[in-house]
Design a protein around this ligand. Structure first.
Ligand SMILES: [Zn+2]
Ligand SMILES: [Zn+2]
Ligand SMILES: [Zn+2]
Ligand SMILES: [Zn+2]
Ligand SMILES: [Zn+2]
Ligand SMILES: [Zn+2]
Ligand SMILES: [Zn+2]
Length: 1755
């Protein structure tokens, strides 16, 4: 850097570096006016060090600043060399017990669910691992940055507040000691001086608002006139807008603009131009103009460079202070004192106050620096934390108001410190008592919500965008209120009581503004024009829910407070609804001789509101009165006499009626907003303080009323009064068919009303209402959730209400009510309800939604049927009410209730028209059941002397009174028992009658009260019917089962392809392709099978017929017929790669002829195995192409496949494909020629081939030389004397049909195009090489999979694989027929020359650098091109055999050269002397000799032989697969079974001697020559001398990286990872490549690079080098696996980490500890090994179209 600077600058720097810190400090020590002295120093030097050019040089600035500016301060402070001084200070330092580690963005944090006082108490990873909580139920999250570790804070943890590191030493006492006692007076004085000056300087300069003028005491004499155009961050403009604007305004490149934008976003400001004022001003105006169109413009200032310089130093100074106080708690204390000391301007003038109050004016970087300083000083000192808290509370209103209007996110605001302060219980309590904090928070909140209607209620309608923005921000105040209340007081002082109640008053004011807000009126006639705003009100309610609950919790803790609060709440409610009868005409209702007065009010006609927080709070307090027994202890203190039950119930009742009417369809014209409100009213997030409390309020009111009166009022509010008060209503209305809709509507209302009665009597599980505790309540919730269906942990958690600590209380009871079922390889762990809990099931559980209710009913009935029980679902036995609510049960036996029951039963008995419904009846039966249960309970639990007042059985035995004169309820039930139309309810009726009789018996036995006369025939009657009913029931069951099976079957057919893809593929293949038969045919006797060579077993020809999936026609596979093809997908692959740094750089000039043994650039071919006619496929593909073109023109949509690149989906299974492979018979048989019995041996053969090659080369040369030299040709011809029977002029006829030839070319070109990423070119000589390569690579990859999974080589391979390999191999074998003969011959010559050196090929790779299997495949498949011109009688088989032997020997030499000599722990099994061992030792000696003894000594022949055997196995296995598919020779049965390595069987099958070394011995002479030529290669020498590496054998399989067991260590690793491009910034989306382990900075501008002319994100870029375009990543923050393929394809995949409940946590939302699931990780690895990632993405994108729209390339 320095060299680029101008010389004078360098000189200046040098002179600066010569400044002596010690001297300056000395001068300061003498100074009379230290402040002036220091300021002059700063005024002089700061602008010389900072901001001397357009770009900052942080390192240089830091060095200079330390030398010239900070050094003197340190000297001054210590009074000696700071190195000595600080270490002295450190010795007396008492280390803090607080950890206080400030979290970086993305760092993992831990909270203990058992011990944390609230969820904001967190530990850093280090503390967590050293704490007791690691064995507790903990929760893990990633920090958003900002907070700090609470380790050591005794108030944050109920238990184990210290980790091992921060633990108190035993001799230490916790009591507070003044840290200053350890410091000398001098140090204290000097520290005080220098801190005071520097802190003030920093505050002054950072809060300085003038742009071109410095504070007077910093003004310089000579002032240069340079300016910065400073751009500030805001949260309004996007990155793209800023980048675009900058390019225009300051004329920079996109890259620079991105750099500017990134810094602005990170630091909050960045200068974008440096120079004269005008020059900067010009840029400013362009930026402002460009960004002011829709929004407020970006903030830009033109600032004098010296101001910027001082500000930069100010920041440096604050960090310096932060680090200095780390040396000593004494210094820290002094800094706190300096900071909080009141300034000259009195109140709010301390430095800390000044910083806080200008927070919203500071840029992001400055804020974060001083926030950090506060955290490491004020918040770490217990005494000053308290003082600071007071300052914070005093400024609270200002700070929050600033925050609300500021546009920075909360974590960048000082307002966010509330979480650090308010969550400390002692501070919160102190602030409430002394600073009246609760009231302040609520009042501040109210001040910001000024929009009210005429009644003073909040009004959110027609909210402007600005107001909405403000509303969002002001919500954080509710969070503050929550923090303050989260820890409940254990002791109450009078002061606390008083201030809490004051706060309660304020809170009631807030609720009062909500009571009745957003009222609605039913819309009749027309649909509403505009959906009214409702979300804001519900947001408010939702945010307040926990606060309301917590306030009740507080009240519950102190009787005095509870009583006062109750009074206050009642008073406010009376204010809200007092005199609600005013102006209303009262009406009198009377039924059954009861009458009551009420008001005339119709929900369907007048205004009604869902928001009733004051009523609901009162309901909550009322329950507390009951629960805490205050109601019984101090009745005289309570205003119980002031309670007006009709007033209490009025509004909750209206709200519930509204719900009923909405359900009955009466409010359809009011649109979706109402539906949504009703939904949230019942939703688990709101119901606790909405719906639940309305039920409680009704229970409260009704318990104080005559139930008959209540029921009449209820009938009236439900607008059903007429129906039940009019005798014979049923008959009247039943005859009028015109009112069908109205009747339907009324039916629903009656059902809803009955449901409400069931709830009022049946819901007793809130402690205080019923005699239960909190555990009973949660148990009941869980039982009912699990009655619907088994659920995963997270699902269950979601269905239960969370408290303010995010706990549901579920863990403590779940074991008691449910069994846990572990997950399999997919899916989640599930909880299932214990069977014994089923009896507690209540069909009318009030938290069921309608859908849940019917699902639960079905599930429970099914269960009963399975258990062969009757299907009645009677009401469960309930716990008794608390005394305050006890009278509620009387509703059941009230006259009006009985009338209602009778009426409904009467309608049912009459069974006429539409005036009754099954639901109605079911509810009445349920109510009767409840009443019977109640009476039974009473009888069973009653004390001897008590009179039982509950006499339901008596009442239902009596007939109705005049004027109806209906039969008794009992009589009607008996009648209904036999009604044919009530089959479903018969069991329930039977249950009722049975229970009735049981009660009768009970009554008789206790004989306390007379039992009414009952018909004794009931039982007999029912038993008579029993048989009949039973038979009928069974028939019904059978019918249901039949129906179900039918339904299941059709369902299965529909989802067959989706669900059972694999099965489907396999079966259909078995149907459509008979190819498999070929191997299993009985033709082959038990003789040894040989796959190649002259002795090759002749597999008898079989006719093979296949069916086209498109036209369903059958077709025989033969050389002459129409081509049949398999859908196939060709892709590049690095799955087997041993060197990921290698990839094809220059495809146009890349020579693929020799595959390197690192297998770095492979081509894989896969297929789903579905067969089509070539012409059918072509037609299909053309239509796909045409459709896609039309679609792309219309809407620019992507698809999961890229048609332009030849991609399509298999028409049957939708598997991604990009070409087709033709189906062929074994190609060798097609060229089979007569062969003579006398075949050459290897030596002779090599000689012949060499001669033929030579002849060809001469001929080739001639063709290329000009004709003039023709005379010479003849001479040459003579010279080379053409080998016998070789006819180079012969060109064989292609045996294949035109259509097959076309397909051979098609697949060949596709492989070439994809493999090299070049434009298709049929003529390119590399096409056949690519085909052979793909064949070899695919075989190798399948061999690896089989071997990794310990599967037999020829075991039952999935059909699709089997078909794919067969077609691919045969295709590769036939491909030469469509290529120019000379091209293939050329390849053969070159390949051959790599083993048998000729004259013409010099620069061929050394045998260390050749993958022998690729070489084998190339040689074998190219050989026919030479052999077809050879009429000497050498057969193709002979050639194959010799080629195979030759390559095998080369491979053995390769293995011996590279085998490692480790012998550790490997004991020799047998003594030396085996034939193989001696032979291999001899061979090794020979190689040693040819390599000039550079080869290491080998311990023994045994070791060598072991290495050879192990090293050559993969090659032999691949070769066996290759020849098996090429020649169609069945595989020997031994290799079809798994188990031992089958070395001998393989050798036999491959025509090899079991002692492989024999090959060398049989061909001694020629092999000697060859080995010598191989060993003389210079590369071998270099390798043996350690100058280069080579692959050794066997190659190990590649695996995905090792993942840690505990997910948090990954998070931690990622949080330490910073973006490699933007200098130490934390990466926002750290993403790990699971193939190589590289961490990447994904989804971010900083790490975008250009790839093939497009900007791509780090992941996409990485896939190109690491995975040839395919990538498997783990997004660490999201705990999500990401698959990428190419630029446009990607999908998310479920991560291999599960929590203890067997669930994944994508997005890390739940935070349960996550552990590696090895099976799932293996599954991902398997997808990778099988090359199925792209296919998986295709399926995912087809299933979920939104995945297609994601911009994958930018990840
Ligand atoms: Zn910590
Ligand atoms: Zn700790
Ligand atoms: Zn714990
Ligand atoms: Zn067809
Ligand atoms: Zn398919
Ligand atoms: Zn980056
Ligand atoms: Zn990688």
């Amino acid at each position: 850097m320095a060299s680029e600077l101008e010389p004078e600058v360098q000189a200046l720097d040098r002179s600066l570096l010569e400044c002596s810190a010690e001297e300056t400090a000395g001068k300061w020590l003498q100074a009379t006016d230290l402040t002036k002295e220091v300021y002059q120093h700063l005024a002089h030097y700061v602008p010389k060090i900072y901001c001397r050019g357009p770009n900052p040089f942080p390192q240089k600035e830091d060095t200079l600043a330390h030398q010239v500016l900070l050094g003197p301060m340190e000297w001054y402070l210590c009074g000696e060399d700071p190195e000595l001084g600080f270490s002295k200070l450190e010795q007396t330092n008492k280390p803090s017990h607080l950890c206080g580690r400030v979290f970086k963005v993305g760092e993992p944090t831990y909270s203990c669910r058992d011990c944390a006082v609230d969820p904001t108490c967190v530990l850093c990873m280090e503390c967590f691992l050293g704490s007791i909580h690691r064995d507790h139920r903990y929760r893990m999250t990633t920090s958003g940055g900002g907070g700090f570790c609470d380790c050591g804070d005794t108030e944050a943890w109920k238990e184990g507040p210290y980790c091992q590191k921060h633990e108190l030493n035993t001799y230490e006492t916790e009591e507070e000691e003044d840290p200053l006692v350890h410091l000398s007076e001098d140090v204290i004085a000097r520290t005080y001086n220098i801190f005071a000056i520097m802190f003030r300087y920093a505050v002054e300069i950072l809060t300085w608002e003038k742009e071109s003028e410095l504070p007077p005491d910093l003004e310089m004499i000579e002032k240069s006139d340079t300016y910065y155009c400073m751009l500030f961050n805001d949260e309004v403009h996007t990155y793209e807008q800023v980048i675009y604007t900058l390019q225009k305004a300051v004329n920079c490149t996109q890259k620079e603009a991105i750099g500017f934008a990134t810094t602005v976003d990170r630091d909050g400001r960045r200068s974008v131009r440096y120079g004269e004022f005008q020059y900067c001003e010009q840029a400013k105006s362009i930026i402002v103009r460009n960004t002011s169109r829709q929004t407020k413009p970006l903030k830009v200032q033109v600032m004098h460079s010296s101001i910027v310089a001082h500000q930069n130093f100010g920041l440096k100074l604050l960090s310096w202070l932060g680090s200095i106080i780390g040396y000593s708690d004494g210094l820290r204390r002094i800094l706190c004192q300096v900071g909080l000391q009141e300034g000259p301007d009195g109140e709010n003038s301390s430095l800390v106050d000044r910083l806080m109050l200008s927070d919203s004016k500071l840029w992001k970087g400055a804020r974060s620096v001083y926030h950090q300083l506060f955290m490491s000083s004020l918040l770490m000192d217990l005494k000053y934390k308290k003082l600071f808290a007071v300052r914070f509370a005093k400024n609270y209103e200002r700070l929050q108001s600033d925050y609300v209007t500021d546009d920075h996110d909360r974590e960048f605001s000082i307002a966010d410190f509330s979480v650090q302060i308010f969550t400390v219980p002692s501070l919160a309590r102190m602030l409430i008592t002394e600073e009246n904090l609760m009231t302040i928070i609520i009042k501040t909140f109210m001040d910001h919500l000024r929009h009210r209607d005429v009644q003073g209620r909040f009004q959110f309608e027609r909210y402007t965008a600005l107001q909405a923005f403000k509303f969002r921000r002001v919500q954080s105040l509710i969070l503050d209120l929550k923090y303050v209340l989260i820890s409940k007081p254990t002791e109450w002082s009078d002061g606390l009581r008083q201030k809490f109640l004051e706060g309660f008053d304020a809170f009631l004011e807030l609720l009062k503004c909500m009571q009745g807000m957003d009222p609605i009126t039913r819309q009749v006639g027309q649909h509403i024009e505009m959906e009214p705003e409702w979300e804001a009100a519900f947001t408010l309610q939702m945010k307040l829910t926990h606060v309301i609950s917590m306030i009740q919790d507080w009240c519950a803790l102190d009787e005095k407070v509870l009583i006062e609060a109750y009074k206050k709440c009642l008073a406010v409610l009376t204010q809200c609804h007092g005199g609600f009868t005013d102006g209303e005409q009262p009406v009198t209702l009377s039924i059954c001789g009861h009458s009551v007065e009420t008001i005339r009010y119709c929900v369907s006609k007048e205004k009604v509101s869902i928001h009733l927080p004051v009523s609901r709070l009162l309901a909550g307090l009322h329950v507390l009165l009951s629960k805490s027994e205050v109601a019984y202890k101090f009745p005289e203190l309570l205003p119980l006499s002031e309670l007006s039950p009709p007033m209490l119930i009025e509004h909750p009742l209206r709200c519930l009626v509204l719900c009923a009417q909405v359900h009955a369809g009466m409010w359809r014209r009011n649109g979706f907003s109402l539906v949504n409100q009703i939904y949230y009213y019942h939703n688990v997030k709101c119901r606790r303080e909405m719906f639940d409390k309305d039920i409680v309020m009704l229970q409260t009111g009704v318990s104080m009323m005559d139930p008959n009166h209540f029921l009449m009022i209820m009938l009236s509010r439900f607008e059903l009064y007429q129906i039940f008060s009019t005798p014979d209503y049923g008959k009247k209305i039943g005859s009028e068919t015109a009112h069908k809709d109205l009747v339907q509507q009324n039916n629903t209302l009656i059902e809803e009303m009955l449901y409400l009665i069931i709830m009022l009597v049946g819901e007793r599980f809130s402690p205080g209402v019923g005699q239960v505790n909190a555990t009973d309540e949660i148990k009941r919730e869980i039982i009912h959730q699990l009655s619907i269906k088994p659920m995963a942990h997270s699902e269950l958690v979601k269905s239960l209400p969370e408290d303010e600590n995010k706990e549901t209380g579920m863990e403590s009871v779940i074991e008691a009510v449910a069994h846990f079922k572990k997950p399999g390889l997919t899916g989640r762990g599930m909880y299932e309800l214990k069977p014994e809990c089923a009896k507690e099931f209540n069909l009318y559980f009030y938290h069921f939604s309608r859908a849940e209710q019917s699902k639960a009913e079905e599930a429970q009935r099914k269960l009963k049927r399975q258990n062969k029980e009757d299907t009645a679902l009677p009401p469960p036995v309930l716990p008794p009410f608390c005394p305050l609510f006890a009278s509620l049960v009387n509703i059941l036996q009230s006259d009006v209730m009985l009338l209602i029951m009778r009426t409904v039963l009467q309608w049912t008995v009459e069974h006429s028209g539409h005036i009754w419904s099954e639901s109605m009846l079911q509810r009445v039966l349920h109510l009767i059941g409840m009443a019977l249960q109640e009476e039974k309970q009473h009888l069973e639990n009653v004390m001897e002397e008590h009179v039982i007042t509950f006499t339901f059985t008596q009442k239902i035995s009596k007939p109705g009174e005049a004027p109806n004169n209906s039969p008794s309820v009992l009589a009607m039930l008996e009648t209904l028992q036999n009604a044919p139309y009530l089959e479903v309810h018969k069991d329930m009726i039977r249950w009722i009658l049975k229970t009735f009789n049981a009660i009768k018996k009970l009554r008789e036995s206790s004989s306390t009260s007379p039992v009414a006369e009952t018909e004794g025939t009931i039982m007999e009657e029912s038993s008579r019917d029993k048989d009949k009913a039973e038979r009928k029931r069974k028939a019904e069951i059978a019918r249901l089962r039949r129906e179900k099976i039918m339904a299941q079957m059709s369902e299965m057919q529909r989802h067959f392809i989706d669900e059972n893809k694999e099965l489907f593929q396999q079966t259909s293949e078995l149907d459509s392709s008979v190819s498999a038969v070929l191997d299993n045919g009985p033709v082959v006797s038990d003789m040894t099978l040989t796959a190649l060579g002259p002795a090759q077993t002749r597999a008898p020809e079989q006719k093979q017929c296949v069916i086209c999936i498109l036209c369903q026609e059958e077709q025989e596979v033969s050389a002459e017929s129409k081509a049949m093809v398999l859908a196939a997908f060709v892709q590049r692959s690095t799955v087997l790669s041993k060197d990921r740094s290698k990839f094809i750089q220059d495809p146009e000039n890349y020579d693929p002829l020799f595959m390197h043994p690192d297998l770095s650039c492979g081509i894989h071919t896969g297929s789903c195995g579905h067969i089509m006619h070539a012409h059918c496929w072509q037609r299909y593909f053309d239509s796909v192409q045409a459709k896609e073109q039309r679609r792309q023109q219309r809407l620019r949509l992507h698809t999961s496949y890229d048609v332009e690149n030849g991609e399509f989906l298999c028409p049957l299974c939708e598997c991604l494909s990009n070409t087709v492979i033709p189906l062929l018979l074994p190609p060798r048989n097609v060229f089979h020629r007569l062969n003579f019995s006398d075949q050459p041996n290897l030596t002779q053969w090599i000689r012949t081939i060499s001669q033929q090659i030579k002849a060809l080369q001469v001929l080739r040369k001639e063709e290329s030389t000009p004709i003039t030299a023709s005379s010479k040709n003849l001479e040459n011809m003579d010279e080379l004397h053409l080998p016998e029977g070789f006819r180079p002029d012969f060109h064989p006829k292609n045996p294949y049909s035109e259509s097959i030839k076309e397909m051979l070319a098609t697949f060949g070109t596709a492989t070439y195009k994809v493999g090299l990423k070049v434009h298709p070119n049929e003529e390119d000589p590399r096409v056949p090489i690519m085909c052979w390569g793909s064949c070899a690579y695919t075989i190798q990859s399948i061999e690896r999979i089989l071997s990794d999974e310990d599967k037999p080589l020829f075991g039952p391979l999935p059909c699709r694989l089997d078909d794919c390999l067969r077609s691919l191999t045969r295709f590769a074998g036939a491909h030469w027929t469509v290529v120019s003969l000379s091209v293939v011959q050329g390849h053969f010559c070159k390949l051959f020359a790599s083993l048998v050196p000729g004259d013409n090929h010099r620069d061929l790779p050394c045998i260390l650098d050749i993958d022998m299997f690729h070489l084998l495949v190339g040689l074998v498949l190219a050989f026919p091109s030479l052999q077809c011109q050879d009429f000497s009688g050498i057969s193709l088989g002979t050639g194959d055999l010799h080629i195979f032997h030759l390559v095998t020997m080369a491979h053995i030499v390769q293995i011996l050269l590279t085998s490692c000599t480790e012998k550790s722990g490997m004991d020799q099994e047998n003594a030396a002397g085996e034939e193989e061992e001696l032979a291999v030792l001899a061979l090794y000696k020979m190689i040693q000799q040819y390599t000039g003894s550079a080869l290491k000594e080998m311990p023994s022949g045994w070791h060598l032989w072991r290495n050879v055997r192990a090293g050559i196995m993969p090659f032999l296995r691949c070769s066996a697969l290759f020849f098996h598919y090429l020649n169609g020779v069945p595989s020997p049965p031994e290799i079809q079974a798994s188990g031992t390595s089958h070395f001998e069987h393989l050798c036999n099958y491959l025509s090899l001697p079991n002692n492989l070394i024999c090959l060398f011995q049989e061909n001694k002479e020629i092999m000697k020559l060859l080995i010598e030529s191989w060993c003389h290669n210079i590369e071998i020498k270099r390798y043996l001398e350690g100058e280069r590496d080579a692959i050794s054998y066997p190659r190990e399989s590649n695996k995905l990286i090792d993942l840690p067991e505990d997910y948090s260590s990954l998070i931690n690793q990622a949080s330490n990872f910073s973006c490699p491009k933007s200098g130490g910034d934390k990466s926002r989306a750290p993403t790990m490549c699971l193939v190589c382990g590289t961490l990447l900075c994904s989804q971010s501008y900083c790490c975008q690079t250009e790839l093939e002319g497009e900007d791509v994100g780090a992941c996409t870029a990485h896939t190109y080098s690491c995975g040839s375009g395919v990538g498997i990543f783990l997004r660490v923050r999201e705990c999500q696996v990401l698959f990428l393929a190419g630029k446009t394809k990607g999908c998310f995949y479920s991560p291999p980490y599960l929590d203890d409940y067997g669930e994944t946590d994508q997005g890390l939302r739940r935070g349960n500890p996550l552990h590696l699931c090895r099976e799932r990780f293996k599954k991902i690895q398997k997808l990778w090994h099988q090359h199925s990632i792209t296919e998986e993405i295709g399926h995912a994108q087809e299933a979920n179209q939104t995945l297609v729209g994601i911009d994958w390339q930018h990840l």
